[in-house]
Design a protein around this ligand. Sequence first.
Ligand code: NAD
Length: 469
Amino acid sequence: MSDEPSPRAAKGARRRAKPADPPLPEAGGPVPPAPSVVPAGSASAGTGSVLATPAGTYDPWAAVLERIDDAAALAGLDPDVHGVLRLPDRVFEVAVPVRMDDGHVEVFLGWRIHHNTARGPAKGGIRFHPKLQAAEVAALAADMTLKTAVVDIPFGGAKGGVRCDPRLLSAGELERLTRRYTFQIAPLLGPDRDIPAPDVNTDERVMAWLLDTLDMLQGRSLPEVVTGKPLSVGGMRLHTGATASGVVRCVRAVFSALDMPVAGARAVVQGFGKVGGPLGFLLSSAGMRVVAVCDVGGAVFNPGGLDLSLLAEHVSSVGSVAGFEGGEEIPSADLWAVEAELAVPAALEGAIDESSARRMGARVVVEAANGPTTPEADRVLAERGITVVPDILANAGGVTASYFEWAQSRQGYAWDEELVAARLARTMDDAFTDIWARARDLGVTMRRAAGVVAVERLAGAITARGLFP
Ligand code: NAD
């Protein structure tokens, strides 16, 4: 599956084949069986499975399994519970035919994957990316299972997305792609079943199309079926920026635990999107100097601190930090070597590999992105005494805000901003304190301690439910 040719390469062949439409999904009907199921008990899902990754490339599913296995061993987890966590509950792969502006039809590949729903309905973002693979979606879904357990909110883990390059799509093509993808995965979605949210290359506009498609299919208003939606259709103030706020909460907590001053500390940030953009501003309002920022187009460095307002203006006019005159351009590969107190990956997974970990110039890494550090890099950072606040804790502000938005949509009552901000801060602080204390008790890294806390909470739910049938 991962060797699928790109939709554009296969255009001629695909234009003739008109895919048969599936039956309309039934509102509230039973969840259909998954079309693809991975072999039970396999370590890395094996070749032939949708979760297999081509040899020699970063394998996100193997990386997440390694972390689950480690947490299971440290926690002394019941092997039956461990086995349940080693495979996703359901892998749903869909074709997404889209009428392009020039009249031809392109068929994109999409997924929605539920990793585990023992603690509540599946929750996770939707990603549009040209290199998206089932293994990556499954790994991100497993991360969501662990993350919702770490912040102790009543959700399971899911992720979804479409392999496409949104930069090559017109607004009309993007809307048609979103609506058709939503239709294809609709049998899995629902307020008490699976609640999507934005992720890489998706935003509140995409969430509004998703919501509208589901409302049209079901003939009723369902604001609680999606989070990260615009305010005008029942979204929540403070949702935008909640992930970045949670990251900053963790930065303050870890600096205080390590007795490092926040004011005047230098930070480098990879990614200047929905998370990295607001994060830069929040770090600088906390008194830090953001000395280097990188995105898909390049990296800029200014030892005196970048002017983030000017940088944001530059990015909104040219689409990248590259070419910003308020700093010198450096190779993106050198970003992690920049000397700083804090490094924040806020782009894609696998961004810090073994060699960048060896060159890491920061004392503390706080993971705003999901899965940014490879297991090999993790070992190197630990050996070098660099403290890492792991993704499943550091970026959990986003899903926590989504939980608040879902609760308000279900209540039909909007909380005020102070209540949202206070509850978000308390959830993040409590989770940080738990994980920090567990890491000290066990004498392990925060990542390993977070894994232990998560699998113990999951084991509680899985054991209490028992096995169906
Ligand atoms: P986004 O699409 O808004 O921004 C992604 C940023 O990463 C862009 O600036 C892009 O240029 C940059 N980028 C992409 N490829 C890159 C590369 N190869 N090198 C350097 N930079 C690159 O996405 P986002 O919502 O900000 O998500 C960023 C990360 O945070 C992802 O890992 C996502 O899963 C995670 N996350 C997001 C949220 C959320 O609320 N949006 C919540 C939790 C975790």
